[in-house]
Design a protein around this ligand. Structure first.
Ligand code: LLH
Ligand code: MG
Length: 379
């Protein structure tokens, strides 16, 4: 089998979210936005698909390398593309992820198997945690500790057995502030009681002392983990923090360097729980290596982000990964309706807080091709 074409179709949809200056998503008035579908075609008629906002650039760089290749040679393709990221290349990890996932999708479609079974399935469903958006100033949104508590109760009623708070970041006046973070965490613990698992992802640039103070308060509130409270470029700061707290530190999430960075963090005990998202490390191919690395160190490794590739990877791990991150959730956002380019949610959750991985071939996305073609902006 040979790759004959690599196409990007960009289409318009109405979005109800917008990003702030730190890149965090918040509810917004409905507005036009763009999404792209990457299609990898072959001489045998089978195709692979994946979605992403940064696909255009990646396709331009990757296309010459992909044309004529056997799509089953994912490792060779990944290594070649990875080496092109050196020295100011515009091939981002997110772009590489979209290409890698389309290749996995293609393999699954060719063999008529869902990706997690190609990887070697361990389970068909995983527990989810409800991951909130960051704090805001919206009346009825996530603007006070009480608002977090009220929303947490809604999430528990929906079936979540675990909840992760993203609290206030720099664009919000008065943020960052350890006391506000603790107040939100305390209000949520008080509301949901002792049996719901809670995690926190606060402002990402606290000092060591602020992060330590926050961690000690979370220990008191029986939180399960604290994630990215400091700049992840400073591994020493994370070693310092992890040594002093019983609370589990989870990371790295945004630190560059994929597999190798996580190996360094594991070796140096910079966190108790490792972390991986396909979008952070350049695909499903390196994600599985990181899960296996964590397993070798006897470490838990938690999945970052709600992407369908993350769910397949998680269902092919045994001890390493525990939760699917479902979100980002907010009182104003309807998470249970699929985006218009999909006919079904990729991560449907039952009343017990369990998410079942899509069972269709490949990544199992039920793509609404009519919607995409009707709203095309460029191809
Ligand atoms: O607001 C956001 O977009 C989140 O904080 C985002 O970075 C999220 O992916 C995250 O950190 N999850 O843990
Ligand atoms: Mg995070």
């Amino acid at each position: 089998m040979k790759i004959t074409e690599v196409r990007v179709e960009t289409f318009r949809y109405t979005s109800d979210k917008a990003k702030d200056i730190q890149g965090h998503a918040h509810p917004a008035d409905p507005h036009d936005a763009l999404q792209s579908l990457l299609t990898i075609e072959t001489d045998e008629g089978v195709c692979g698909y994946s979605f992403g906002e940064e696909v255009g650039m990646a396709q331009g760089l990757a296309r010459p390398l992909l044309l004529g290749e056997n799509p089953f040679y994912r490792e060779r393709i990944w290594q070649n593309l990875y080496q092109r990221q050196r020295d100011g290349s515009t091939l981002s990890d997110r772009g590489l992820d979209v290409i890698d996932q389309a290749l996995w999708d293609l393999a699954g479609r060719a063999l008529d198997q869902p990706v997690y079974r190609l990887l070697g399935a361990f389970r068909d469903k995983v527990p989810a945690y409800g991951s909130t958006m960051c704090g805001d100033e919206l009346e009825g949104g996530l603007n006070t500790p009480q608002a977090y508590a009220d929303f947490a109760l809604q999430l528990v009623a929906r079936g979540y057995k675990a909840i992760k708070l993203h609290t206030w970041n720099t664009p919000t006046p008065g943020a960052p502030d350890v006391r506000s973070d603790v107040a939100a965490c305390a209000a949520v613990r008080e509301a949901v009681g002792p049996d719901i698992t809670l995690m926190l992802d606060p402002f990402h640039y606290y000092t060591r002392q602020d992060a330590l103070q926050l961690g000690r308060e979370l220990e008191r509130l029986d939180f399960y983990w604290l994630e990215e409270p400091m700049d992840e470029a400073s591994v020493s700061s994370y070693i310092w923090l992890t040594e002093q707290l019983d609370l589990q530190i989870c990371g790295p999430e945004t630190a560059k360097g994929g597999l190798r960075t996580r190996a360094e963090w594991m070796l140096r005990n910079a966190a108790d729980i490792s972390r991986v998202g396909t979008q952070d490390v350049g695909g499903l191919t390196p994600t599985m290596k990181i899960y296996h690395l964590a397993e070798a160190f006897g470490m838990q490794c938690e999945s970052h982000g709600n992407g369908v590739g993350n769910l397949h990877a998680l269902c092919a791990t045994s001890v390493a990964g525990k939760y699917h991150e479902r979100g980002l959730l907010h009182p104003f956002i309807d998470y249970e309706t699929p985006p218009p380019w999909l006919n079904a949610l990729p991560d449907p959750m039952d009343d017990e807080g369990m998410v079942t991985v899509p069972q269709g071939p490949g990544l199992g996305l039920d793509i609404n091709f009519d919607y995409i073609r009707d709203n095309l902006v460029s191809s």
